[in-house]
Each structure stands twice: as C-alpha cells, then as structure tokens.
Design a protein around this ligand. Structure first.
Ligand code: ADP
Ligand code: ZN
Length: 721
C-alpha cells in the first residue's frame, strides 16, 4: 500500500497530477517536491487532495516522486491565497505558484556558495575586455554569471581573470541569519493623532485577526511613523511584517529610514536582487527568521511563516497592478492575504482610490485619519496657471509666472521640482518637408527621441535606433523636428534660463536601480541639485526639506484618452507631486500649468476641496455602473496575424452567453492596437457586482478553441475602462 500525493507541477500547463510517494519519503500539503513529467524532472507543490480535482490514475500507473526539498512546506494561508488568486484572476494554478518560488536556487541544499570579487591585482595581459570588466565590476561581488552581466563580457573573460589572479572566489554562507530589528531603537515621540492611530494598529496586530485599515492622511502627515508602530508590535511578538512599496526605486531611501527606526535594515525583495540574495531572503522568510520584508508587489507571494501585519504604502498607486503574466492587483491580493493569515492589512495613502473609499463607506475597512502635516510643516499653496492667458514664449514650455517662481526659489537657496510625466526629449519626431512621422514598427506608438543618448526609442517594446540625420521618406536633411516636450527638453529650457543652476533629470532612464536612487537622494540632501526635472518617479516617498517649489508642466496630459479614471488619476498624481513641496519648516508652493483651469479636477486641486471632487467622481462611476459599483473584465486577443486575432475576437464576441446583468462591448482594437508585433483586439465585459463573472468567462472561453498563434488573456478588474 503506497501513499499518493496530488501535485501542482510548475512550468507545466497540465492540471494537478497524482504521484506515488515512495517509502521513507515524507510529503505533506505544501511540500515542495521533484516530480517526473515525461522525460523531465520538474518542481511541484503537494496539495490537499480534497481541494483539487485531478484525472484518476490507477495505483499501478502512478510514477514515483523523486525528492522533497529541504525547506518548510508552503504554509496553509499561502496555499489558500494561491487558490484564490488563480480562481479570481482566471490564471493557471501553476503560474500563480511560480510566483511563490521565484528561484529554484532557493531550494538547493548547499549552505556555502562561492562568489567572486576583484583582488586589486592587475593582470599582465590586460585586454580591453578585461579592463572593461574590472572597471565595471569595481567592488561588487557575485557569481561568475552575474559579474559577466554587470561587465557585459562573456563568462570566459571573468574566468580568465580568475586564472590571472585579478578576481578571486570567496565562500559565502547563504543561510546566515538576518539581524533582528529592535522595536524601540529609534522610536519617535508621536503626536497625539499619530499615537491614537498607532495604538489602534498595535492592538489589531496583538489581536491577531483580519482587519483592513485605510490610513488616510495628507503627504507628510506622518503615516509612515504610524504604520511602523504596527511593524514594531509584530517584531516585539517575534512575528513577521510585510511592507509593500509601489516602486523599487523607493526601497533604498526606505531601507535607510527603516534603519534609523529599528537599528538594522529589513529584508529587501525586488527584481534587482542577485540570486544568492534572493535565496537567503526566501529561506529566512520561510523559516520565520527574517522579521520584516520590504518589497515590490511580488513580495506578496512569499511563504511567510507567521505574518502578523501587511502594509501597502501609497496604496492608490497604479504600479500595484500587474499587467502581464498573471494580471493581479497587489492591493487587493494583500487584503486577501491578510484574510487568510488572520492579520491586519494597512492601506496607507494621501489620495485613496475610489474603490478603497467605497470599502470604508460600506463599513468593511476601518479608516484612521491624520488631519494635517506633522510638526510645523504646512500644506503647500496650490495655484493654476492658465496657459491660454499666460502662455510661455513660442517654442518654450515654462510660463512666465513659473519662471518667476523658480527665480525666487533659487534666490532663497531653495530647490525646485518640475514635473512632466514624459521621458525623453520629445514624444514625436516628424519631417517638416514631407510630414513623415517616426512610428514604432512593432507597436501603435510614436518613437520617442532621447537626445542624451541620440536615439529614438519605443516606450512599449524597447525598439530603438540612432536618431537619423535625414528623413527616411523624402531623404531631406535637417528637416526633422521634435514635437512636444519630454523631461530632457524641459531640462534644456531650464539650463538656458539658469546657466549656473545644477539641474538633474530623474526618470527611469537615469534612476534604474536602488543604488542610483540613493545617489540622487544624497545629491539632493547635500544641496548639489537646484532644480529637478522628473517623471512620476520623483513624485513619491521622497522627503527633501529644502524643496519648496513644484511646477507641473502639463496637468492636462493625464486627462487625454478620457477614460473614467482619468480625473482621479490626475488628482492623485498632482497631489502626490505637490506633496514634495514644503515638507520641512519652509512653506511650499505648487504651480499647475493647464489649458483647462475650469476643469473640475484642477479646481479641486486649487481649492483643496478633495471631498467634493471625490463625491462627484464617485457619482460618475455610479452612473456608469463602473467599479466599485459594477465590474469589468477585459478579454484581449492577440496574434502576429491581424486577421486571425480579429476573427478569434469576433468568435468570442459572437459566442458570448446571454446573462442578465452582463454586457459585452466590442471587439474593438485594444488601447494599444499593436504591441510588440502582435495585433490586439479587446472585448470589455461589464457585469453587475452580484454576478460571478469569472465563472461565466471560464465556461465561455473554455468551450472555444483557437489557433496556436493566438493568445487570449483575461484581465479581471482592468485598470483602463
Ligand atoms: P507620510 O508618510 O504621511 O508622507 P512621514 O511619515 O514621511 O509622512 O512624515 C513626514 C516627516 O515628518 C518625516 O520626515 C518624518 O520623519 C517626520 N515625522 C513624522 N512623525 C514624526 C514624529 N512623531 N516625530 C518626529 N518626526 C516625525
Ligand atoms: Zn514598440
């Protein structure tokens, strides 16, 4: 009599499979196992048999499991989260499970690995490649492969340098424990409001039950200090805490702040980690040794042994929505994880999403408010500049009133931030002679000029080439003109106006790693920057007391496209960037350039009347039965063959089930009609809240077949509607 295990095999499209557990092998739900599949050996996770169906296979036809990883089984709450995520977002279980184990090296039994670093010895034979490698590696340490990547050379070059004595191997203990945070290390004296909110959160952590909170307070009101009280409580109890941040560039300043509060750095989890760091973090989290994890949305699916609080900072941020692979919204998944773990979930935001506010109104989330900025800091004064009444000079983008404000700011020795959510120099290049426009061959998008690196680049697929000197169409030279501004062009304008000012451009092109972000923060704090020109990357999290002026170059940018979220998104973005001004003792000013000073969102920003703005937006949504009053799901059909994509989309549309309370719009070309060489058509399913729209879509699409080249992706609760 042998025992059976039901296993979800990763990297396989098949459903759960049954295996025989050989004598002497211990397998329980959550065990990570090695399973044979055809000629391959794949990782899988054993599951409760009664929770998953599998095709029945007789005992005599079962294949043996080949091994069990020497790590704790994936905990029950995480298994429930995996099931829920797969079910809710219509994703394969195996695909969701893969997010819990982002690296198979986490499972290897070795305790020591060898990493490599430069010795300082310069080899006799110093080829240009070797010189480049040594220069780029600097004092970094890593596996041969990682060093080769950093240096942009082949593995062979690195190995050659090892032989020549210029690089040496060092043993690294991969299981060394993380230092323990001290909950009382740098505890601040809280204001009355902070300590009231902090006390409620601590009590909730101590109670150890699911409780969702909205921590709502203007930028600089001290929300971070408040939720860190909940984290301190978790540490005191020997339990774990998870803090999600919207952007990996934010982790670096956050790690510093955490250090000041708790005496050590937390565990960081983001896509920039080396595989050995990833392994150490994963194991520390799984064993319960690592107490606090700070990370991007992917940290949500890690196997915490005893999680007792989850924080989603800047919870309204759109980057919490994952748009490829498994489409999920980390804010919503965080709440579900809290439910399964039985712990509080804190959504912190100065501009909570309408969906989150609705949860508060319905009594499902508890709201904690911080009324004003912490200490002496005041909210900045916000004014609009009507670009029709006070236009900038021809060919420029900064209006005279904003120029004056920058003058005054520099005069006082303070810093200014100009915000434009557009990377590069110009969003469109065209030929003055023949009208040719440079378009991406793979996407429905213009090629964006990046003048600093002399290239045109597609922001959707990465296609890029050197900026041409002549028009490819009419061959005319010097006929190409840049249309519209990007941050680089604004930086040029600023430099022309203030030749002596130190100007920094902050976008994902210049701040591509946490280390780069740290460098930027250092330069700002030291006063080595006078004017920052940046995209949404600078709008979040940063605290620069000497930054007193914020100029919004084009407030109308986010209102284009005109989907139902446009005004809310604009409000959030501008409030967020406004929140960078005047965070210290000096008062801040915000100037918003717009062609529509009468638009409701601009009036709300200027008057500071967020409540009426939100009330009106909420009414709009209610009228349209848009979320949170109704639901959407997008079905995106794509193929390299346009006809095939369109035909499949039409078939899907034609076979839509007739259900009361459900309506299918489209198919129509998707918002990006072509992306990475694939033509895309979209159907938008609208349903009342009471319908189980996932179930309907599962049955509907499950009954259809399409060609191997066609991809059909479902996005439940899509961001754009
Ligand atoms: P938010 O997260 O709401 O934007 P922060 O928590 O970043 O606000 O607080 C804004 C600034 O005020 C930070 O520099 C923070 O260190 C400081 N601060 C907040 N609360 C306190 C406190 N109780 N004691 C000292 N400084 C505080
Ligand atoms: Zn492209």
């Amino acid at each position: 009599m042998s025992s059976r295990a039901r296993v979800i095999v990763m990297n396989s499209a098949l459903g759960p499979l049954d295996y025989r557990v050989p004598q002497g092998m211990h397998v329980e739900p959550g065990s990570i196992v090695v399973a044979p599949l055809g000629p391959r050996q794949l990782l899988g996770v054993a599951w409760e048999q009664d929770r998953l169906k599998s095709e029945h296979v007789g005992d005599n036809r079962l294949r043996n499991l080949l091994g069990v990883a020497d790590v704790p089984p994936l905990p029950g709450p995480l298994r429930r989260l995996v099931e829920w995520t797969a079910d809710y977002y219509l994703a394969p279980l195996a695909a969701v499970l893969r997010m819990t184990m982002p690296s198979s090296s986490a499972l290897e039994g070795t305790k020591l690995i060898v990493e490599y670093r430069a010795t300082g010895h310069v080899p006799e034979r110093l080829t240009p490649q070797r010189a480049q490698a040594l220069e780029r590696i600097g004092d970094r340490q890593g596996l041969v492969r990682e060093l080769a990547t950093i240096a942009d050379v082949s593995d062979g070059v690195i190995r050659g340098l090892v032989k020549a004595g210029a690089i040496e191997g060092v043993e690294v203990d991969l299981d060394s424990p993380f230092p323990e945070p001290d909950p009382d290390y740098g505890a601040p004296v809280l204001s009355e409001n902070q300590s009231y909110a902090g006390g409620i959160l601590q009590a909730s952590v101590a109670a150890g039950a699911f409780e969702p909170f909205l921590l709502d307070g203007v930028t600089g009101s001290g929300k971070t200090e408040v939720y860190l009280e909940a984290v301190a409580e978790a540490i005191r109890r020997g339990q774990q805490a998870l803090i999600l941040l919207p952007e990996i560039a934010l982790t670096e300043p956050f790690l510093k702040r955490f250090h000041a509060r708790f005496g050590v750095e937390p565990v960081a989890w983001h896509s920039g980690l080396r595989s050995s760091q990833r392994r150490r973090a994963w194991r520390g989290i799984a064993s319960g040794q690592a107490k606090v994890t700070v990370g991007a949305r992917s940290a949500l699916f890690l196997p915490y042994a005893n999680l007792s609080v989850i924080v989603v900072d800047e919870a309204h941020e759109t980057s919490f929505k994952q748009e490829d692979g498994v489409h999920y919204h980390a804010r919503d998944v965080a709440v579900m994880r809290g439910r399964f773990e039985g712990c509080p979930v804190i959504l912190a935001s100065a501009t909570p999403a309408i969906e989150t506010r609705a949860q508060v109104e319905a009594g499902r989330y508890r709201e904690l408010k911080l009324p004003g900025r912490y200490g002496a800091a005041q909210m900045p004064a916000i004014e609009a500049i009507d670009l029709l009444a006070e236009p900038p000079p021809k060919g420029r983008w900064i209006a005279p009133r904003l120029v004056k404000a920058i003058d005054a700011t520099l005069e006082r020795g303070e810093q200014a931030l100009l915000f434009l959510n557009r990377r590069g120099y110009a969003p469109l290049t065209l030929c003055r002679t023949c009208g040719h426009r440079f378009q991406c061959p793979n996407c429905t998008a213009w090629m964006v000029e990046h003048r600093l690196i002399h290239r045109l680049s597609c922001h959707h697929c990465g296609h890029a080439y050197p900026t041409p000197k002549a028009c490819p169409e009419c061959k005319d030279e010097d006929s190409l003109v840049a249309c519209g501004p990007g941050v680089e062009r604004i930086a040029d304008e600023v430099t022309a106006l203030y030749p002596d000012a130190k100007v920094a451009i902050v976008t994902s092109d210049t701040i591509w790693s946490p280390a780069k972000a740290a460098e930027f923060v250092g330069r700002m704090e030291a006063g080595h920057i006078d004017i920052v020109v940046g995209t949404q990357l600078v709008t979040k999290g940063y605290h620069f007391p000497n930054l007193t002026l914020v100029g919004v170059i084009d407030a109308d940018l986010g209102l284009e496209g005109g989907d139902l979220r446009a005004a809310e998104r604009t409000f959030q973005q501008i409030m967020q960037v406004a929140g960078r001004a005047g965070r210290g003792a000096k008062p801040g000013t915000v100037l918003i350039q717009t062609h529509a000073p009468g638009a409701r969102v601009i009036e709300a920003l200027v008057s500071g009347d967020a409540e009426s703005f939100y009330a009106a937006e909420t009414e709009n949504r209610r009228d349209a039965e848009a979320p949170p009053f109704g639901r959407f799901a997008a079905i995106v059909v794509s193929s390299e063959d346009k006809g095939e994509a369109e035909a499949t989309a039409r078939t899907i549309g034609r076979t839509a089930p007739q259900v009361d309370g459900m309506h299918v719009f489209g198919p129509a070309p998707a918002p990006l009609a072509m992306l990475r060489g694939r033509h895309r058509f979209r159907l938008l399913v609208h349903a009342t809240r009471s319908l189980d729209v996932q179930d309907i879509i599962r049955d509907w699409l499950g009954a259809l077949d399409w060609g191997a080249k066609v991809r059909v992706a479902v996005d439940v609760d899509p961001y754009n509607f």
